[in-house]
Design a protein around this ligand. Sequence first.
Ligand code: CAA
Length: 298
Amino acid sequence: MTTTDARTDSATQRIRHVTVIGAGTMGSQIAMVSALAGFDTTLVDIAQLPLDRARTQLWERVDRDVAKGRRTAPDVAAAKQRLTFSTDRDTVVSGTDVAIEAAIEDLAIKRELFASLDAVAPTHTLLVTNSSNIVSSQIADATRRPEKVCNMHFFNPALVMECVEVVPHERTSPETVEAITALAQAFGKTVVRLKQEIPGFVANRLLNAIRREALALQEQGIAEVEDIDRAARTALRHPMGPFELMDLVGIDVVYLIRMAEYEQTGDPESLPAPSVKELYEAGQYGRKSGQGWYSYTS
Ligand code: CAA
């Protein structure tokens, strides 16, 4: 296992097995990150198809890393051995030390899910959510272990992006914060800790400010999507423009994050921009559907 210091060792010593719930873009890559870091890991979903798709995409991704000399063949072979795929959530969670939830951004579903996880997980198991907009205080009271619940927020693509935000709610214990911080570090990530909850946390709030402005410029007819992205890339040296990034993250995710924030704030300012709503309703989710702000069919 890759560990960075003594604190990391002691805080993660009880973590042998990690469960990731949800085989979408985020969940699948988080599971691979965990397996590559040396943890026995199971990726869980309700259906077999997304698990099969995740395995194919992950294996392609890490094989390419070997071909390009970014990882060694034995490391990748060992990580593949450590990563298993299952639709039998209860059995997996009954033997896990940490469950990382990366399912849909819907509060009612998450609450139900956390109650079910709590019912079968061992008492020491930490239950964390990858959500950036649904703060864990909204979920923790669906469990009998609120002190072992917090947000552990990764960025897309999780195999590449260094940052993980760790966000406790008022009743999260310091031990949980330490253990999740150490786990993220053992994953090779850099941790940003928040002192208190706020929807969107730090990085997405910064990102949202740029995205809001980009959408306003486009909707007011000031500049084309391509030119706004070009400005972000060539004037600000962002790796991609705000519209390209929405297509990478998923228009569905962008839309649902705004709706989840609206549910929490009741502020019409939180609602998705009209153009995002239009794309969402047309099923144009970005890269994953072949069409979003840009077309990916070729
Ligand atoms: N999954 C895994 N690895 C990927 C990847 C993906 N989807 N896309 C790219 N990579 C890796 C690969 O190793 C790739 O190299 P190969 O294609 O040779 O294997 C390498 O990155 C370089 O990729 P590209 O040459 O295609 O393009 P790039 O140099 O522009 O890098 C990028 C791609 C890393 C995505 C980069 O453009 C970037 O950092 N973009 C910004 C991403 C960002 O802001 N993410 C945060 C989103 S917000 C969020 O996630 C929060 C939330 O709550 C929704």
